[in-house]
Design a protein around this ligand. Structure first.
Ligand code: SF4
Ligand code: SF4
Length: 167
């Protein structure tokens, strides 16, 4: 599988060893990030980096691992519960005038939303390369105001579980 290098700038100690070993100059980029276009994925920079700041990642994301229907059902059930909790908390937030309570409800909503997003991902939704995301974008395309942006996303996001696309 073809790969390219990714630099974690938080770990990088700027000793420039990766620039020294890189055969294409891809590691020497003004943005601080490795240039995707010129990186050939040889991995020399990752091996040379003393800070473990460089990771090799696949050029294309692998298809999502299939889940058993029972697992999807259980995750979807948990997701629906999270949505209900968020709705309830939003209702409480709208009703209160007390600042501390507002802060508390906002924190709970945020936490529930993060968990809901994880559940949605695990249940097979919201992965950009999934067929269900593709289907959703096709539906949203009817919105004239967003048509252009959605068209761009459809071009960029290559569906990698094509056998499941129902459109
Ligand atoms: S993987 Fe190879 S080509 Fe890409 S940045 Fe690292 S050393 Fe350069
Ligand atoms: S070798 Fe690692 S620590 Fe050094 S500049 Fe490159 S990414 Fe940063």
């Amino acid at each position: 599988m073809k790969e390219h290098a990714y630099r974690n700038l938080k770990l990088c100690s700027k000793d420039c060893l990766c620039l020294f070993v890189c055969p294409t100059g891809a590691a020497d980029n003004e943005t601080g990030q490795i240039d995707f276009e010129t990186c050939i994925g040889c991995g020399a920079c990752a091996r040379a980096c003393p800070s473990h700041a460089i990771t090799m990642i696949p050029n294309k994301m692998p298809p999502q691992k299939k889940k058993e229907p029972e697992v999807i059902k259980a995750l979807s059930h948990l997701l629906r519960e999270k949505v209900e909790i968020i709705r309830y908390l939003k209702n409480l937030l709208d009703k209160t005038e007390i600042e501390e309570e507002k802060r508390l409800y906002k924190t709970f909503i945020h936490s529930e939303r993060v968990m809901a997003e994880d559940l949605a991902r695990e249940a097979g939704y919201m992965l950009p390369q999934s067929s269900n995301t593709h289907e959703l974008l096709l539906k949203l395309k009817n919105n004239k105001e967003k048509e252009e942006e959605i068209e761009k996303l459809l071009e960029k996001l290559e569906v990698n579980d094509k056998e499941e696309v129902r459109v």
